[in-house]
Each structure stands twice: as C-alpha cells, then as structure tokens.
Write a protein that binds this ligand. Sequence first.
Ligand SMILES: C[C@@]1(CC(=O)O)C2=NC(=C\c3[nH]c(c(CCC(=O)O)c3CC(=O)O)Cc3[nH]c(c(CC(=O)O)c3CCC(=O)O)/C=C3\N/C(=C\2)[C@@H](CCC(=O)O)[C@]3(C)CC(=O)O)/[C@H]1CCC(=O)O
Ligand SMILES: NC(=O)c1ccc[n+]([C@@H]2O[C@H](COP(=O)([O-])OP(=O)(O)OC[C@H]3O[C@@H](n4cnc5c(N)ncnc54)[C@H](O)[C@@H]3O)[C@@H](O)[C@H]2O)c1
Length: 208
Amino acid sequence: MNLAGRRCVVIGGGPVAERKATMLAEAGAVTVVISPNVTEGLQRLHQEREQVVWIQREYQQGDLAGAFLAFAATDRPEVNAAVAAEAEAEGIPMNDAGEGTRGSMITPGVLRRGGLVVAVSTSGAGPTAARELIREIDEHFGEDYERYIDFLSSARAFIKERIDDPGRRKRLFRRLAETDILTSIREGSFEPWSEAAMIAWIEEQTEE
Ligand SMILES: C[C@@]1(CC(=O)O)C2=NC(=C\c3[nH]c(c(CCC(=O)O)c3CC(=O)O)Cc3[nH]c(c(CC(=O)O)c3CCC(=O)O)/C=C3\N/C(=C\2)[C@@H](CCC(=O)O)[C@]3(C)CC(=O)O)/[C@H]1CCC(=O)O
Ligand SMILES: NC(=O)c1ccc[n+]([C@@H]2O[C@H](COP(=O)([O-])OP(=O)(O)OC[C@H]3O[C@@H](n4cnc5c(N)ncnc54)[C@H](O)[C@@H]3O)[C@@H](O)[C@H]2O)c1
C-alpha cells in the first residue's frame, strides 16, 4: 500500500499507538495522533517529523474526516468501538488494536530487506507467534537476499526500458527469475551486471 502523503489517523498515544504511528510515518503518511497524552517516543516523532501531527485531546466524533486509514489504540474499549463505528459509517479501513476482529484490517508482523517485504499474520490468533515467526524468517533471509532483490529490481527496470514487445518482455522476466543469481551472491562470486553484460544477456536469451 502506498501511504505517501495520505492522511492516517491514530487514536490513542500509548506504546501500541506509537508502533502504528512509527510504521505510518516511515511509510510517508501524514500521521495524525489524537490523544490527551503520548509516549516519549511519539513526542519525539512529532517534533522530528513535520508530517506527524499530535492533537492533544480525546477522540471526538468526526476526527476521521478525510482519513485514508484509521487506527484505534486507546485502552478504553468503548472509545475504540466509537472509532470503529465512525470508520464503518464513513467507509474508512480501520484497525482496532484492542479487539482485532472488530476492525476491517489487522497489522501483520513485518520484515523488510530492502525491496523485500515479508508479512506474517496469524489472523489475530497469536500476535507474539507472528513476531516469533518473523524472527525465524529473518535468520533465513540475510543481506544476500537484499542484494538479490536489488539486482532483480535494476535488471527488471532495464528490460522494461529497452524491450517494448510484451511477449518478449514476459519471456525475459521469466528467464530472469530462473537465473540462479542468489547462489553466486551467497558464494561471494557475484559481480553486478554492467549495461553491456545486461545487453549481452538479453541477446543470449533471444537467440535460444
Ligand atoms: C504483529 C504485531 C504488529 C503490530 O502491532 O504492528 C501485532 N501485535 C504485536 C505485538 C503484541 N500484541 C500484543 C502484545 C502483548 C503480549 C501478548 O499478549 O501476546 C504484543 C507484544 C508487544 O506489544 O510488544 C497483544 C495483543 N495484540 C492484539 C490484542 C487484542 C486482540 O487479541 O484482539 C492483544 C491483547 C491485548 C490485551 O489483551 O491487553 C491484537 C493484534 N495484534 C496484532 C499485531 C494484530 C494481529 C496480528 C496477527 O497475529 O495476525 C491484532 C489483531 C490487531 C492489530 O493490532 O493489528 C505486533 C508485533 C510487532 C513486533 O514487535 O514485531
Ligand atoms: N494490537 C497490539 O499489538 C496490542 C498490543 C498490546 C496491547 N494492545 C491493546 O491496545 C491497547 C492500548 O495499548 P497501550 O499499551 O498503547 O495502552 P496505554 O494504556 O499505554 O495507552 C492508551 C492511550 O490511549 C489514550 N486514550 C485514552 N482515552 C482516549 C480517548 N478517549 N481519546 C484518545 N486517546 C485516548 C491514553 O491517553 C493513552 O495514550 C491496550 O489496552 C490493549 O488492549 C494491543
């Protein structure tokens, strides 16, 4: 989801709200936190980032106006329920941190390795298990994978720029995915492809 410049509203200012707001701010969202008090982390985020706004008061009906996404993370179930009702009425996707199944979306555990994003959800059954699984996956996808994704990204951009024919593009993308670059990265023998190497590779695939 591209949240850059989108208004996202977080109701509540505790550690859970801080986690959601941090994730939103990192995604470039205009992040509005509404809560009478906030954690030190949230205060810092608000001071350091122009795009993070803190409105120091309790939630009021209408606070979700213009929101692209809404998050309720107060410690008061009746407040979270009121936020959920407003979101529902306004058609705004909403996350309820205190009662996962009430919201229309849940936040998964997330692992990022450059362009690689792995999300793990237990559908609300065990958030701690989701985090443990992320840790395990983290051990399997080291920096090698980040380099591989960077390679794929630049090779793909190159092909898109040079090849117009959709059928030929598709074949090249498939060949690219089949090419075992990861092993050479892992063995330390991988050299980033120059433009000439890329052109030669494309020609080789076309000849076969
Ligand atoms: C993955 C992660 C992502 C994130 O939050 O960004 C996430 N919870 C995380 C941590 C965490 N959650 C809880 C603790 C305390 C220890 C414990 O109880 O285990 C800790 C640990 C901590 O806080 O350090 C308790 C808890 N969580 C929920 C409830 C209410 C309920 O069950 O409905 C309660 C009981 C509250 C109570 O009873 O007081 C609900 C949700 N939590 C979800 C996600 C969604 C389901 C995800 C899934 O499994 O699919 C869902 C449904 C809604 C949502 O928030 O989206 C993040 C790990 C981030 C990381 O560190 O990497
Ligand atoms: N989803 C998750 O990952 C997760 C993890 C732990 C706990 N929880 C649940 O989320 C809730 C919040 O957790 P926390 O640790 O951040 O709680 P917390 O008690 O530290 O913070 C609650 C925040 O809500 C604010 N608040 C209270 N009433 C408000 C109102 N009317 N309007 C706006 N803000 C209001 C408070 O000022 C405070 O900043 C917990 O009660 C728990 O049920 C969820």
